[in-house]
Design a protein around this ligand. Structure first.
Ligand code: FES
Length: 571
């Protein structure tokens, strides 16, 4: 008799056992697949509408091969796939929905362990959140980044190049024909964005947490070694089931602290803050937004990748990959925490971690930037905090006071930003409201508002921008994000008026609206919330229950873990 949970389905000699096995046999599975061996779910976020994950069927075959080799029974299943580029109004709106899909698909099926096949930004946190709420042995296989973009002799990075080319198109420095040519040159292989955008950040996050095999994060999607490590992951998950190495044994407080420090060292996306907080909430770890500042802001930047630096993920892999970063900052990390290998980080990198290209990976003693992690700012404009990524910002703007130019929502921004009569100069602070979790809804990546055309024409490349939204991990600039509480629920951001002065002081971790408390109270009395954007369906449930950015923007009732027991076990 099998000791695994799948035996509740396949291990009985009665009507129900017949039912569970017989229908599976229509796929041609022989009798011995039901002999009590571990059943491994392969949770696949493949979709042709998620181009970054479109190769995951191929990767899945390698995982299956590994599972079979180790004596397991692989069963692949699809879940909602969140493609960053196509899905409207924003993939983030559906991260929590996809997490519910993953959670219930894992719990409700005869699965003993699960491999999460992910890639594009939200496909990683959504599946990890769902799996964490079930707490089975779990391992992540990231699809890997695209090969470097190549355009007219230059390496160009996903997203990062687009933001730059878009500005050049606006100012006439680039023709439309050149712009169109770059489109094909940027994305030239399977895989996710190859800058240190959110997908790469998530790949680094899972390896930092100990949730993937060591060295996986940077392997390009089309490199044969990606399939090799996928196959090894398939073998390993079978052993994890036998060892009962559940996700809760790996996702400890120390693992989250490691992830925060490593994220700082690689210049990871600001989206990391929201996703890591949400994952921590699922396993009962109380990660506070201040933890990101306390643990990360003093960490040095070692990795020279766009958008903070020059190179791309392919270069990162050839330069030594994440083990090289971990080795450099090991004195700052909890190196003895257990990972999916059953071993510690220290053991995992015992025979790796060499830097092969010191232009790409810097050392802890001589970093690219001495203090570069995400900084948390507070003040009357963000009582519960907001974030800035100093490594992607302009040093001269890190201490700045400027006049607010307010856009009430994204439509207002688009309608007026390029109006030659807009009263704005480069010393102003651009303020965008109603792009938070509730207000938009879904907290889109619009915080890095492109600058007004008339300022681009003057050669201005950066300004202070502030919003309750997010920005793409591939983006850059002096951009203050995730303001909490958000404007749509009555946060002070919603009370900012044109002409108010705003002070940013990153060294003092301050974001302050230079308006008296009395004046703010007077404005609050006449303030009106923007109309709700949905009256039914998932979006209504999302608006009613989503938490603020500093809490990870998970739905209130999804926080926590219900375990793997199904609610009713008989028909
Ligand atoms: Fe999918 Fe960037 S759009 S990873």
């Amino acid at each position: 008799m099998s000791k695994f949970r799948s035996a509740d389905w396949f291990g009985t000699k009665d009507k129900m056992g017949f039912l569970y096995r017989s229908w599976m046999k229509n796929q041609g599975m022989p009798e011995d697949m039901f002999d009590g061996r571990p059943v491994i779910g392969i949770c696949n976020t493949y979709s042709e509408l998620t181009p970054c994950n479109a190769h995951l069927r191929d990767i899945s075959e390698s995982v299956k091969r590994g599972v079979l080799e180790a004596g397991g029974f692989p069963v692949e299943f699809p879940i909602m796939s969140l493609g960053e580029t196509l899905l409207k109004p924003t993939a983030m709106l559906f991260r929590n929905l996809a997490s519910m899909d993953a959670e219930e698909s894992i719990r409700g099926n005869p699965i003993d362990g699960v491999v999460l096949l992910t890639g594009c930004d939200k496909t990683t946190p959504s599946t990890l959140m769902g799996a964490a709420s079930v707490d089975l042995p779990t391992l992540v296989v990231q699809g890997g980044p695209m090969l470097n973009g190549k355009f007219r002799g230059e390496d160009i990075g996903s997203g990062t190049a687009l933001w730059k080319f878009n500005d050049k198109l606006k100012t006439g420095e680039m023709t439309y024909d050149e712009f169109a040519e770059a489109e094909s040159c940027q994305s030239r292989s399977p895989g996710h964005c190859m800058t240190m955008g959110t997908a790469s950040t998530m790949a680094v996050m899972v390896e930092s947490l100990g949730m993937s095999l060591s060295g996986m994060a940077a392997i390009p999607a089309v490199d044969a070694r990606k399939k090799r490590i996928a196959q090894l992951s398939g073998r390993r998950i079978v052993d994890m089931v036998k060892e009962d190495l559940r996700i809760s044994k790996i996702l400890t407080r120390e693992a989250f602290e490691n992830a925060i420090k490593i994220n700082a060292a690689v210049g990871g996306s600001t989206n990391f803050v929201i996703h890591l907080t949400a994952i921590a909430g699922r396993v009962g770890i109380d990660l506070n937004i201040d933890d990101f500042d306390n643990l990360g802001s003093k960490m040095p930047l070692l990795l020279n990748l766009m958008p903070s630096g020059k190179f791309l993920m392919e270069d990162f892999y050839y330069a030594g990959g994440l083990p090289a970063i971990i080795k450099q900052i090991q004195s700052e990390l909890h190196m003895d925490v257990i990972t999916v290998t059953g071993k510690s980080h220290a053991e995992n990198i015992a025979n790796s971690g060499t830097i092969y290209n010191s232009d790409v990976i810097y050392t802890f003693d001589e970093p690219l930037i001495p203090e570069a992690g995400t900084t948390v700012l507070k003040g009357n404009l963000a009582l519960n905090g907001c974030v800035i990524k100093p490594s992607a910002a302009t040093p001269a703007l890190m201490q700045h006071t400027g006049r607010a130019v307010v856009f009430e929502n994204i439509e207002d921004y688009h309608a007026r930003v390029d109006d030659p009569l807009l009263d704005i100069d480069e010393t102003c602070v651009m303020v965008l409201k109603t792009v938070g979790p509730v207000g938009y809804p879904g907290m889109p990546e619009v915080g890095n508002m492109p600058l007004p055309k008339k300022l681009l024409d003057k050669g201005i490349t950066d300004m202070v921008r502030i919003s309750d939204g997010r920005m793409s991990g591939t983006a850059f600039g002096t951009v203050i994000l995730h303001v909490s509480p958000e404007s749509a629920i009555g946060g002070n951001l919603g009370l900012v008026e044109n002409g108010d002065m705003i002070t940013l002081d990153v060294a003092k971790k301050l974001i302050q609206l230079e308006v008296s408390d009395e004046e703010l109270e007077a404005r609050r009395k006449v303030w009106q919330a923007p109309p709700a954007m949905a009256e039914r369906g998932y979006v209504k449930m999302y608006i009613d229950t989503v938490q603020q950015a500093d809490k990870g923007a998970d739905l209130e009732f999804l926080v926590g873990c219900s375990g793997s027991k199904v609610t009713r076990d008989s028909h």
